[in-house]
Design a protein around this ligand. Structure first.
Ligand code: DNO
Length: 392
């Protein structure tokens, strides 16, 4: 497997030399400065690639080998093949990326919001902080801040009462913070940031779209883009929903093994692949991650390794990389076997997210992407890989 690292570009407080020091050699990046839906040009991609790959004297070379993500515009999710212009634009961006010899592209198909948390800095017993999805805080947001029409029926009376208590304790700053965190403001988001009225309008635009329709639109998108991806030798990797369950009454179609199977059946092209994100998939107790890694192995072209701990009420937090609910050794063994089958050193993985700890507690960091926490995660994951390499 190949050690990769997500870099957010020239303004990322974690510099390319820090990545070298972490030991990763493959860079995961995107033109984050461009709004979702903007068509990427070859010149822009080449410039970024140059920046990453121009190696100062006596430094380890780095390669930009994965794009995460080219955002799929909102109208593609709402209209499927009907969003012709947006799909053509997406293909043009993919061509620009492929022309720069980057052949792995990650994307997601979550409507309205990308990955979702309620806290960026939840304190752990060690004094480090982690990201957290808190069921009560989320319910408080939907019920009393967003006031989503029809939301009551998604909660029991007890859940609503707990949410109300949580809401009653909020200050205006708490409300603003929660709104900022949820309304697409997390790093790497592929959806536009929203205000509360904008949020309601977006949800309204999805009123008629259920899981069947969304799945159909995703299949139409893939049917349109995979022929060109095949010609270019590009692997498209669909990132799972995070968290892997419906939010805001919106459908989700990349949450389970059955979801991915339906997609591979609908569009068998070998360019139709998967980004295996253990942190996202692992939030569902009914996702057997080792079985999924084994079953989908030939479709996996990019891996995010991270762990979460589930709580009874649907809350979860991001634990240490090896101490969550996921059987990390089992997953890595399955992926390692596939990597070996392909000749070795073929599948890129990145340590996904990390705790905010040590010096990072006093610095400005990119939420989820502080340097030290990921460094620790990568070190632990690398240790497992060395053992698996040797003893299997
Ligand atoms: C969060 C990431 C997401 C992911 C996109 C993929 O840390 O997993 O930002 O990159 O959802 O399109």
């Amino acid at each position: 497997m190949i050690e990769a690292w997500r870099w957010f570009g020239p303004h990322d407080p974690v510099a390319l030399d820090h990545i070298r020091q972490a030991g990763a050699t493959a860079i995961v990046n995107a033109l984050h400065e461009l709004k979702p839906g903007t068509v990427w040009t070859q010149k822009q991609v080449a410039e970024r690639k140059n920046l990453i790959e121009t190696t100062p004297a006596n430094r380890t070379p780095l390669t930009w080998s994965i794009v995460e993500s080219i955002p799929v515009p909102d109208d593609v999710k709402r209209l499927g093949a009907g969003a012709k212009e947006s799909i053509e634009g997406w293909i043009t961006s993919m061509e620009a990326v492929a022309a720069c010899d980057i052949k792995t592209i990650c994307y997601n198909f979550m409507p309205v919001v990308d990955w979702t948390r309620t806290d960026l800095d939840a304190e752990l017993p060690t004094g480090a902080t982690c990201m957290r999805f808190d069921a009560d805080r989320f319910a408080a947001f939907e019920l009393f801040i967003l006031q989503r029409p029809g939301v009551e029926k998604d909660y029991t009376l007890e859940q609503r009462e707990r949410a109300k208590k949580t809401f009653d304790r909020f200050t205006q700053d708490d409300i603003d913070y929660l709104t900022m965190v949820i309304a697409s403001a997390l790093p790497g988001s592929t959806t536009d940031p929203l205000t509360i009225p904008g949020f309601r309008d977006k949800l309204e635009a999805y009123a008629a779209i259920d899981a069947t329709v969304l799945r159909k639109h995703l299949a139409e998108f893939l049917a349109a883009v995979t022929p060109r991806a095949e010609e270019l030798g590009v692997k498209l990797t669909l990132h799972p929903d995070d968290p892997p369950r419906p939010l805001f009454g919106l459908p989700r179609v990349a949450s389970t093994a059955a979801d991915y199977q339906a997609l591979f059946d609908a569009v068998p092209s070998e360019a139709n692949g998967m980004c295996f994100c253990t942190g996202s998939l692992g939030v569902r107790a009914d996702n057997d991650l080792v079985a999924m890694a084994e079953h989908f192995a030939p479709r996996i072209h990019f891996v995010h390794l991270r762990a979460t701990k589930r709580e009874e009420d649907g809350s979860f937090y991001e634990s240490d990389h090896l101490d969550g609910d996921v059987d990390m050794v089992g997953v890595i063994s399955a992926l390692w076997a596939e990597d070996r089958k392909r000749g070795g050193h073929t599948i890129p993985f990145r340590p996904d997210h990390g705790h905010r700890m040590l010096d990072d507690l006093h610095k400005t960091v990119t939420p989820g992407y502080a340097g030290i926490g990921r460094l620790k995660g990568l070190g632990e994951l690398r240790g497992i890989m060395r053992a698996v390499e040797r003893y299997t």
